[in-house]
Design a protein around this ligand. Structure first.
Ligand code: HEC
Ligand SMILES: [Cu+2]
Length: 358
């Protein structure tokens, strides 16, 4: 993939912080560089003066020690200069800390739960323009490095040894993602260095943090709190993708979990409160259910608004389309997977979709 949280080679990659991928991580990176520079300058100045004085005023060249007390000017200077240096470091650092803690107005909220020894992710319903897209998605993320690589002798280790999982955390780029962090057994810690995110996961408490990823890619982190014998075996892998791809991923994910238990999974609010009698709002039914597949074209569902895909279907006649949507048609589940819908509601949604393709 494009970038990795833990860089592979090169001098800078070996000794410096990894390349930052979020605004907060960039601030942390810059602060680190800035403060390290100040430290180096102070180090050079202090030791420079010290070694110069020792060398220049040594006894063997016959130097006589000066004997003086209380120099007000010097005392004022060595109080004010360190004060200014400290303020110069504290002010930008505090700004960054405040920004790190500001989890307000997210586009998306995900709960990350630490378990011995894996992470669980729940996409939560809430505020933000991506709230409805992925809410309800929930899965565990397990280490996928094979056991032979860990315990076997003379086994070649993969590139992302112990930093790979079966189901990564998927997030959209350029969106504010809030992570609620907790744990189910002992204290873990959610750490993704490239995002500048590191937060303890404490049983019974919720902590939160946020990030906004700049570029699509795969980013890797780890549990950063010694949590038991497989502490090193619960990595965090985050895949960041464009918002469109993210919607597509979310739709597929929803279908995956919706398929076996159609009734339970596919009864969104919009449908539940639509009255069976009276005019039916096809748009609401569409947005509540059908768009999961028809917006992104999941499983070859004809995309809403795609004239080429819908043209020949519309030619079958609206009656046939109504029937296919109610009864099911190949991969198109009957009533979109929600038997609680009335025929009229499904018909209205079909009419709405057909309207989009005209
Ligand atoms: C689980 C994903 C999924 C959901 C949810 C879904 N569809 Fe579909 N739909 C499909 C797929 C896949 C096809 C393409 C079927 C084919 O042509 O083989 C399809 C095709 C259709 C067609 C065209 C049928 C034809 O004769 O060509 C209509 C109309 C339709 N869907 C309406 C709806 C409506 C209305 C809803 C909401 C109530 C809905 N769909 C929800 C997956 C879905
Ligand atoms: Cu842990």
């Amino acid at each position: 993939m494009l970038a990795s949280g833990i860089p592979a080679s090169g001098f800078a990659a070996q000794y410096n912080l990894g390349p930052p991928q979020t605004p907060i991580a960039s601030q942390i990176y810059d602060l680190h560089t800035f403060i390290l520079t100040i430290c180096v300058v102070i180090f050079v100045l202090v030791f420079g003066v010290m070694f110069y004085s020792i060398f220049k005023h040594r006894k063997s060249v016959g130097h006589k020690a000066a004997n003086f007390h209380e120099n007000t000017t010097v005392e004022v200077i060595w109080t004010i200069v360190p004060f200014l240096i400290l303020m110069g470091m504290a002010i930008p650092a505090t700004k960054t800390i405040i920004a790190m803690k500001d989890t307000s107005n997210p586009d998306l909220t995900i709960k990350a739960t630490g378990y011995q020894w894996k992470w669980g992710y729940d996409y939560i319903k809430g505020e933000g323009d991506l709230a409805g897209v992925s809410d309800g998605i929930s899965f565990y993320s397990n280490l996928s490095t094979p056991l032979e690589q860990i315990y076997g002798k003379n086994v070649v280790k993969s590139d992302n040894y112990l930093l790979e999982v079966d189901e990564p955390l998927v997030v959209p780029i350029n969106k504010k993602v809030r992570i609620l962090i907790t744990a189910n057994d002992v204290i873990h810690a959610f750490w993704v260095p490239a995002f500048g995110v590191k937060q303890d996961a404490i049983p019974g408490f919720i902590r939160d943090t946020w990030f906004k990823v700049d570029t699509p890619g795969t980013y890797r982190g780890q549990c950063a709190e010694l949590c038991g014998k497989e502490h090193g075996f619960m990595p965090i892998v985050v895949v960041a993708m464009e918002a469109d791809k993210y919607r597509e991923w979310a739709a597929k994910q929803k279908v995956k979990y919706a398929a076996p238990a159609t009734e339970a999974a596919a009864a969104p609010v919009a449908v539940a409160d639509a009255k069976p009698a009276g005019p039916v709002d096809g748009k609401r039914v569409y947005e509540g259910l059908c768009q999961v597949c028809h917006m992104a074209g999941v499983a070859n569902a004809p995309k809403a608004g795609d004239k080429v895909a819908w043209g020949p279907r519309i030619k079958q006649g609206i009656g046939t389309l109504h029937q296919h949507a109610v009864k099911g048609y190949n991969l198109m589940p009957a009533k979109g997977g929600n038997p609680a819908l009335s025929d009229a509601q499904v018909h209205a949604a079909v009419d709405y979709i057909v309207g989009l393709a005209k």
